[in-house]
Design a protein. Sequence first.
Length: 424
Amino acid sequence: MFLISIMVALLCLICSIFINISWINDIACYFGYFLAIYLVTFIALIPGFYFIFTLISLLSSKKEKKACTKKEEDVTILIPVYNAKKSIKETLESIKKQKYCGNIYLSIIDDGSTDGTLELLKSMELDSNITIIESKHQGKAEALNKGLQSVKTDYTITIDSDTILHPLAIRNIMNKLTNSNKKTAATAGCLFVKNSKKSFITKLQEWDYTLGIFGVKLVQGNYNSTLVAQGAFSAYKTEVLREIGGWKNCVGEDIVLTWELLSKGYETNFSKNAIAYTEVPEKFRDLGRQRKRWARGMIEAFKKVKIFKSKKIDLKSKFLMCLNIFFPFIDLALLIFVPLGLILLALGNPLLIGWISLLVIPFGLLLCFVIEMKRKNMQKEVNCKLEKRSVLAFIIYVLLYSFILAPYCLIGYILELINHKKEW
């Protein structure tokens, strides 16, 4: 299905090029051919190709296997904490409620908290399977590596200190990992927003975690090439983590680690029914800072993993990695296209925001519908409550979300390209 998805998307791309020739000529009359080709390519052609590829891939995705009855393996959960006094109790409670037959060991690594997190943990009556590791403040990667040193189980799970696990989360993510082929080194869990009702910004991210992150991971997982086994909830084979030297001390430690696994010839997949909930930024300023960090992480991955030189990365992973190369160009095109298009439209000229450019919206809405249906079906399977979501947030998400975050992403790309000082 991978090759079929690409061939159909390429066929649609070729048709789109012919359809858009007259539009390119019209734009070129005002702004020249370079800008005309650039805008049409990264506003219409590349997104259109991606939409079709994603849609075909989703429609052909396999149904998640139910947990089998074989012995459930022992696992160690690493929880790096830094100033997590308000959230750590709820996280630990969600682990206690896990319906998992194997032994679960916890290593909580305090990364030099200053808000009393360590004192709180020491005052709690913790079970004997929980170990507290004290560390100086060196960052998340170093905290995880310190925890990895003490792991004695064959499998390791990482979760954030504000992550809440569904009662079947560990069973489902471990079932996916242990029943995958021997080349599979990591399985990413399925993250949704915990604090979606806090602000309009969190309501926007609720849609993003479904239509953006969940949808992308469904496609990548379908090809055993999940590009980010996120630290907030993922499972790994312990020996493979040690083989690659654990997490690198960088801004995007989870994406870099995942790409390193792929560069060694391993596979990474996605368990859509291993559900966890994470806190997202409640203010736009914090959201922008987060996306700037994520953008830097992507460039870090390209710098540390030479995807074109590595012979062990399979074709599917290489293709999906290469799609990320277009992101900076798309973000820049959005910053040029949207303001310029609105100005021209206000002057009575629909040159940029006309019927041709708006054709991408129906394809986008169809893709959103397919992803949303898959989310609802999956959550019903694990008895998750389906809550109503903001329609206004959905409209803003579809029309403006990428545009308003594009400046932060571009700054992140540039800062990493010029090797600017790391900021978390």
